[in-house]
Design a binder for this molecule. Structure first.
Ligand code: GUN
Length: 308
């Protein structure tokens, strides 16, 4: 039997723990964590993500706001906002939603954020700290995956972990975190020779490439744990039907929205081979926000000199 790893349930438990810790902290006389998001432009996916982050943050009892900036703003204006947030003592944690408009240098923005307030863990100082096992906020999707594996009692120590995708947001930090858990880690990418054979060796296979249903049964060893980070829109009706044949719920979604969301894994074909698998949606996605809140809580504690 394949176990479906319920990311929504794990995320819900994590958010409840963060909310309870926040309540205790405030009852003991501390400030609630302050988390501020910055959204530049009007990319619909980014708007949706930021709205979800702000809502979850309020529900956890945090303070903070979203700062919305027009798509045409200059880099200087974004840096000025970051400077102001760096100087604001009520702001414990911040993030600038990516991607940014072309006129703004992403690296300049990420490096401007005070590393102590960098809730995404994207500042080069925090990236470095992750790789030398110093305390630092870890990128939320990667750290959320570790939390999912831990809470699902999937052994990481000694496991062969194969990550497909080397992005700075997911693949690379997850490699560092899995190594910290004593997994043997392989990171694959578009130039990897015989990708299928490398993937088939994995006890834990992570797909984080952003290509709909790219990972098929030929990539999955019998009994592997499959973690699907992908969020891809499929707007071709035939492709949607081929990926989820006869699935009434997805068919209805397609009719109302003109597309469905699918992961990087060909879920229906991989299902039987895996011992456990994350669905899309409802797998890794919800963990990102839950982990982001956990990061912000920890950063607030540190800035206020409180014990965990
Ligand atoms: N865009 C896509 N994922 C992320 C993320 O984790 N953080 C930020 N800031 N932007 C993103």
């Amino acid at each position: 039997m394949t176990k479906i790893l319920d990311g929504r349930a794990v995320a819900k438990a994590m958010r409840a723990e963060t909310a309870a810790a926040t309540e205790r902290m405030v009852a003991a006389g501390a400030r609630p964590p302050g988390l501020t998001t910055v959204l530049v432009g009007d990319d619909p996916a980014s708007q949706l993500y930021v709205r979800s982050k702000v809502r979850a943050s309020k529900r956890a009892g945090f303070r903070g706001e979203n700062i919305l900036m027009e798509a045409s703003v200059s880099e200087r204006e974004v840096l000025d906002v970051i400077d102001r947030l760096n100087a604001d003592d009520a702001v414990d944690a911040m993030l600038v939603q990516l991607p940014l408009p072309d006129q703004i240098d992403r690296e300049a923005v990420l490096e401007r954020i005070d590393p102590a307030k960098d809730v995404d863990g994207f500042h080069p100082i925090n990236v470095g700290r992750l790789w030398i096992d110093q305390p630092a906020p870890a990128p939320a999707t990667a750290a959320g995956i570790i939390e999912l594996l831990r809470r699902s009692e999937i052994p990481m120590s000694g496991a062969d972990a194969v990550i497909v995708g080397r992005s700075a947001i997911v693949g690379k930090p997850l490699a560092g975190l899995l190594m910290r858990e004593n997994a043997t880690v392989t990171v694959c990418h578009s130039r990897t020779r015989d990708l299928e054979a490398v993937c088939r060796r994995a006890d834990i296979l992570v797909a984080a490439i952003g290509r709909a249903a790219f990972i098929g049964p030929e990539h999955v060893g019998e009994g592997a744990v499959v973690i699907d980070v992908g969020i891809n829109r499929v707007s071709d009706r035939d492709v949607a039907e081929r990926l989820f044949p006869g699935d009434a719920k997805r068919r209805e979604q397609f009719e109302t929205k003109g597309s469905i969301v699918v992961g990087d894994v060909d879920y229906m074909r991989v299902l039987g081979r895996a011992s456990a698998i994350t669905p899309v949606p409802g797998g890794v996605g919800p963990l990102t926000i839950a982990q982001l809140l956990a990061n912000a809580l920890e950063m607030s504690r540190q800035r206020q000199g409180l014990e965990a």
